[in-house]
Design a protein around this ligand. Structure first.
Ligand code: CO
Ligand code: CO
Ligand code: CO
Length: 309
């Protein structure tokens, strides 16, 4: 709990620990079925980030029975169930309350061998960093609400948010890594700073290597920013060093709160190219090596821009 890790872990025996987590939120897309998938993928992600295998889940639903038809809820739950089936997770039940605002998510239980647990406090100086999904979903979702995003972009971003982090998690466990976290509401920089602080290291990232949706860059330039982006910037800026001229819309993308974002994995430099190759082979095509761990300054993320790397 004290390290702000992704989920809670409780050791049962020498060989078995359970990982527990809960996540639910208001709709971020119009399509009820896809919202169900995204909410489930997002809730499962905290187990994957710790190198665990999710086993069971419970639905959490807040539903406005007066303003929405019950068919909407059916579509959301169907999306969640399909995503759980893909993750080989058994739905055990759930709880529904009447609320003025719709919310959906899961509480998830997973397992991990206690010695194979991956936390956000194990990064070592010299490690390389791999990010597995592109950034910018918060900016694009805000623009979707404003009605200025085309259907093709909506479909692309929706699919990305609904994609499980299971493949990346399994591959990182095979190859053995030092630390991991998933990128969600605190944005890329927020979660990276937490990782740096908990691991007592510094992190240097190369913005030219970071995968992001090009549409998000354009929309940020037009002033599309979710409320959480500004809050993340205010909270985390003191721990960020921007070197050189980092364009404002790129800074926005780094602070942008993500829904069901990718994994940020720290591993020995000699293994980074191998894991990247396996990720891409397995269909995690946007994965990229985006920076490295340094010994100083601790708890700080240094943002550089090196096109040649
Ligand atoms: Co998380
Ligand atoms: Co979470
Ligand atoms: Co009950």
């Amino acid at each position: 709990m004290e390290t702000l890790d992704d989920a809670g872990v409780y050791q049962l025996t020498d060989e078995l620990a359970i990982i527990q987590t809960v996540d639910f939120f208001t709709p971020i897309v119009d399509d009820a079925y896809m919202f169900g998938q995204i909410a489930a993928a997002n809730a499962l992600s905290d187990v994957y980030a710790m190198g665990g295998k999710p086993l069971t889940a419970m639905n959490i639903v807040c539903f406005p029975t007066e303003s929405l038809d019950i068919s909407v809820l059916k579509d959301i739950l169907r999306g969640g169930i399909d995503k759980m089936a893909e993750a080989r997770v058994t739905l055990l039940g759930g709880h529904t309350v009447v609320d003025t605002e719709l919310k959906y998510g899961l509480s998830v239980t997973g397992t991990v061998h206690p010695k194979r647990l991956v936390t956000n406090s194990g990064a070592r100086a010299g490690d390389k960093l791999i990010l597995t999904k592109p950034l910018g979903t918060g900016i694009i979702n805000t623009a979707v609400k404003a009605g200025v995003v085309d259907d093709k972009t909506v479909a692309k971003v929706t699919k990305c948010m609904a994609t499980l982090n299971n493949t990346a998690s399994e591959l990182m466990q095979e190859i053995r890594v030092h630390a991991c976290t998933d990128i969600t509401g605190f944005g890329f920089l927020g979660h990276t700073i937490q990782l740096a602080q908990n691991s007592r290291v510094g992190i240097k990232i190369n913005i030219a290597a970071i995968p992001f949706f090009p549409e998000a860059g354009e929309l940020a330039r037009q002033g599309m920013r979710p409320g959480g982006l500004q809050r993340n910037r205010e909270f985390y800026s003191p721990c960020v060093e921007m070197t050189g001229e980092i364009p404002a819309h790129w800074q926005d993308i780094l602070f942008d709160p993500q829904t069901s974002g990718g994994l940020l994995i720290c591993l020995a430099p000699g293994k980074a190219a191998r894991l990247l190759g396996r990720l891409r082979e397995a269909g995690v095509e946007e994965a990229a090596i985006i920076g490295e761990v340094v010994s100083q300054p601790r708890g700080v993320v240094i943002v550089t821009q090196d096109e040649n790397e």
